[in-house]
Design a protein around this ligand. Structure first.
Ligand code: GLU
Length: 308
C-alpha cells in the first residue's frame, strides 16, 4: 500500500512552533516516501475552538510551502460517520451508558486513609457496566475494555505495552455534553482517509493503544505510528495557546523551518539558516531521516527567540 500521511491540527489557536514541528515532520516523512500528505481539521470540540483559527492555520501552512493533497477533511462534517460507528459498537454490545461524574468515580475508588493522586486520571471502576443504578441520567458512553495486551512499536519512541482494562479502564467514546470523543473520531478519520502512517506529538503516545483497540473493534486497519518529542517551554509545559506560545510568523518562515529541522535532530548547517525557504526545503527533502529525531518525550525551546 502506498504511503499516506496526514497533519490533523485542532483549530484552538494559530499554528505555534510545536505544531509546525509536527507538520514539517509528517510532511517530510510522507514526501520522502513518495507518498500523499493530507490535512484534517479536528474541529470536533466547538467550545474550545477559536473563531478564525482554522483559516489562520491553513494560511500559515501555505506560506511555509506545506502543500497538502486533496480536499481538507473537517471533523465537524463527519458526525454521521461517528454516529454510525457508535451504533455498530452498540449492536455488538461493546459500549454502555455511564452516569458517573468525576466525583462518583473518585468516591468509588476511595480507600480509607489513601489519598488519590489529583494529577492521575483515575481508572474507571466499571460502576455502570451492568446498567445505571437508580435514577441517575447517562453522562457518557464508554467502551468495554479487556485485558488483552496491546503492543505497538513506535518509529521514534520506545515500544508501548498496555492492558486497557487494568491500565486505562473503560474509556469514553461520547461525552455527556454531546461531542464524540477524539479517540473515536481519529480512528474513523484515519481509516476514511486511508492513512498508513501517523506522525504526531508525544502527548498522544499513551492514547494509541486505545485507538488500536477501537480499530480492532471496528474492523479497521492500524497505521504505523511515530510520536515526536514535544516542544515545551522552560516550565516543561507543552507549547500551546494557554502556555503563551506565539504564532509562527510567515515573515520568518525560512528561519522557523530551519529551527524546526534543528529541533527534529536533522542537523541543518548553521549557514542554511540564511537561505531562502525554497533552498531549505530542498535541503530537507534530500536529508530528512526520521531515525535522527531525538528519542525524547520533550525538548525545551525558547519561545521568544527567532534566531537559530
Ligand atoms: N488534533 C490533535 C492535536 O492538534 C492531533 C491528533 C492526532 O494527530 O491524532 O493535538
Amino acid at each position: 500500500m502506498s504511503y499516506c500521511g496526514r497533519f490533523a491540527p485542532s483549530p484552538t489557536g494559530p499554528l505555534h512552533f510545536g505544531s509546525l514541528v509536527t507538520a514539517v515532520a509528517s510532511f517530510l516523512e510522507a514526501r520522502c516516501h513518495g507518498g500523499r500528505w493530507l490535512l484534517r481539521m479536528e474541529d470536533l470540540d466547538q467550545p474550545r475552538e477559536q473563531p478564525g483559527a482554522a483559516e489562520a492555520i491553513i494560511g500559515t501552512l501555505r506560506c511555509f510551502g506545506l502543500y497538502w493533497d486533496g480536499p481538507i477533511l473537517y471533523q465537524s462534517e463527519r458526525h454521521d460517520a461517528y454516529g454510525a460507528a457508535l451504533a455498530q459498537l452498540q449492536r455488538e454490545g461493546v459500549i454502555y451508558r455511564c452516569a458517573c461524574s468525576r466525583t462518583d468515580i473518585a468516591a468509588a475508588l476511595a480507600q480509607p486513609g489513601v489519598a488519590l493522586d489529583s494529577n492521575a486520571v483515575p481508572i474507571y471502576p466499571g460502576t455502570c457496566r451492568n446498567g445505571i443504578s437508580g435514577e441517575r441520567p447517562a453522562r457518557a458512553l464508554r467502551v468495554l475494555t479487556d485485558d488483552t495486551e496491546i503492543v505497538f512499536e513506535d518509529l521514534v519512541q520506545r515500544k508501548l505495552r498496555q492492558r486497557l482494562a487494568s491500565d486505562v479502564g473503560d474509556f469514553v467514546v461520547r461525552r455527556a455534553d454531546g461531542p464524540f470523543a477524539y479517540q473515536l473520531a481519529v480512528v474513523l478519520d484515519d481509516a476514511a482517509q486511508g492513512i498508513t502512517d501517523v506522525v504526531r506529538g508525544y502527548d498522544l503516545w499513551e492514547l494509541t493503544p486505545r485507538q488500536i483497540y477501537l480499530q480492532r473493534l471496528l474492523g479497521l486497519p492500524t497505521p504505523d505510528y511515530a510520536h515526536l518529542p514535544l516542544a515545551v517551554d522552560s516550565g516543561e509545559r507543552k507549547l500551546s495557546k494557554q502556555s503563551g506560545a506565539p504564532a509562527v510568523d510567515c515573515a520568518h518562515a525560512a528561519t522557523e523551518l530551519w529551527r524546526a529541522l534543528d529541533f527534529l535532530g536533522q542537523a541543518p548547517e548553521p549557514g542554511l539558516a540564511r537561505a531562502t525557504l525554497r533552498e531549505i526545503w530542498r535541503w530537507a527533502l534530500l536529508h530528512w531521516d526520521i531515525q535522527r529525531v531525538p528519542r525524547r518525550h520533550t525538548i525545551p525551546v525558547n519561545i521568544n527567540t527567532r534566531t537559530p
